[in-house]
Design a protein around this ligand. Structure first.
Ligand SMILES: Nc1nc2c(ncn2[C@@H]2O[C@H](COP(=O)(O)OP(=O)(O)OP(=O)(O)O)[C@@H](O)[C@H]2O)c(=O)[nH]1
Ligand SMILES: [Mg+2]
Ligand SMILES: [Zn+2]
Length: 338
């Protein structure tokens, strides 16, 4: 396996590998000439650094001693009460947000996924599966388009090879793609089709409630024969935000909000609220505003726990000052690079 095929863009390096799977404290690493299971060095464990699937690592005496900075990463809050980050996958170029056309289809959930992907630094792509058995396909696509703002949407049946082939464009240039979405929507099925063999187990959904069975239980990275790298993930019961770029995912609301009379308008009962006005004029749905507020308060909560509220407050202040998130991001980048 050449490093280039694994997705490495830089100069070749010795002892370089990519994490392809994690089993408790064992890490599977793909290197140029071999693929094996190993552990991290004691020093790394002591420092509290743990590799994620997709990470580029350096091995010393067969053990992982260094993790390269993650170019992009999808994170969520780990399950439970503790506020800790769980990196789902790293160094990804695209995230396929997979949903099926059956009962799983839920706009608020897709909005949430989109918010998380925007924060990751990777580019989002919507994949809607089970077109062959889906109901109200056009209506669902049209509703999704309303919140997607130019994010590509593919509607497929995984049994149609031509439609699967549409997805191959994202892998050109040895790009890395991660798939996320609820259980049973067909993530592993897409991976098997793209690889041309059954690498992942798939299984039928329970007919009674259309819920998946949680067939995939670990994250796993595969290299496609032609080009590109793909990461499968287990279906998520809930995707709790970690960092989230709420503004980018809801640029329509942000746009209206700038016309509200009060700069700190909560879009509730304030006079001359442009957001409420937009809802009245049918330019926005109340549901979307509710979801936006919900995601924002979640992220405030997480950031308050993490930074004593500092990060959120700073972000809000700068956004207001600069009038746009683009400018805020510039500043953030400059700060981070210092
Ligand atoms: N009719 C139809 N069935 C599909 C399609 N794609 C996947 N399926 C079926 O849906 C079921 C679930 O697919 P999986 O690929 O296991 O779903 P998953 O997203 O990997 O689920 P988890 O691993 O639990 O997260 C399987 O029985 C697939 O055969 C499709 O396009 N049309
Ligand atoms: Mg699966
Ligand atoms: Zn308002």
């Amino acid at each position: 396996m050449s490093l280039k095929k694994l997705g490495w863009l830089g100069e070749p390096r010795e002892n370089l590998g990519r994490i392809s799977a994690i089993y408790r404290d064992q890490y599977r690493v793909i290197m140029e000439n071999e693929e094996f299971l190993t552990t991290i060095t004691g020093k790394m464990r002591f420092n509290g650094f743990f590799p994620a699937v997709g990470d580029w690592v350096i091995l010393e005496e067969g053990r992982i001693s260094t993790i390269f900075d993650r170019k992009t990463k999808i994170s969520r809050k780990a399950a439970g009460n503790e506020v800790t980050e769980q990196v789902i996958a790293s160094n990804i170029d695209y995230v396929f947000i997979v949903s099926s056309f059956n009962d799983d289809f839920n706009l608020s959930r897709l909005e949430r996924y989109l918010t998380v992907v925007y924060e990751s630094g990777a580019a989002p792509v919507f994949i809607l599966t089970k077109k062959d058995i889906g109901e109200k396909v056009d209506e669902k696509i049209s509703n999704l388009s309303d919140i997607a703002f130019g994010v590509p949407i593919h509607r497929i049946s995984s049994y149609d090879d031509m439609e699967i082939d549409e997805l191959r464009e994202y892998f050109t240039g040895n790009k890395t793609v991660a798939l996320i979405g609820s259980s049973g929507v067909g993530k592993s099925t897409i991976i098997n089709k793209l690889l041309g063999k059954e690498v992942m187990k798939t299984s039928g959904i329970r007919e009674s409630d259309a819920k998946g069975r949680h067939t995939t239980t670990t994250r796993e990275l595969f290299v496609l024969e032609n080009e590109g790298v793909i990461i499968d993930t287990p279906g998520m019961r809930e995707l709790q935000l970690w960092g989230a770029d709420v503004e980018q995912g809801f640029s329509d609301i942000e746009k209206f909000a700038r016309q509200c009379k009060f700069v700190d308008c909560k879009h509730e009962n304030e006079p001359n609220c442009a957001v409420k006005q937009a809802i009245q004029n049918g330019l926005l749905t109340q549901k979307r505003l509710d979801n936006y507020k919900k995601l924002q308060s979640e992220i405030k909560y997480i950031e308050a726990k993490q930074y004593g509220g500092h990060k959120y407050a700073e972000k809000a202040k700068i956004t207001k000052m600069m009038g746009s998130l683009g400018a805020y991001k510039q500043i953030k980048k400059i700060k981070e690079n210092r």
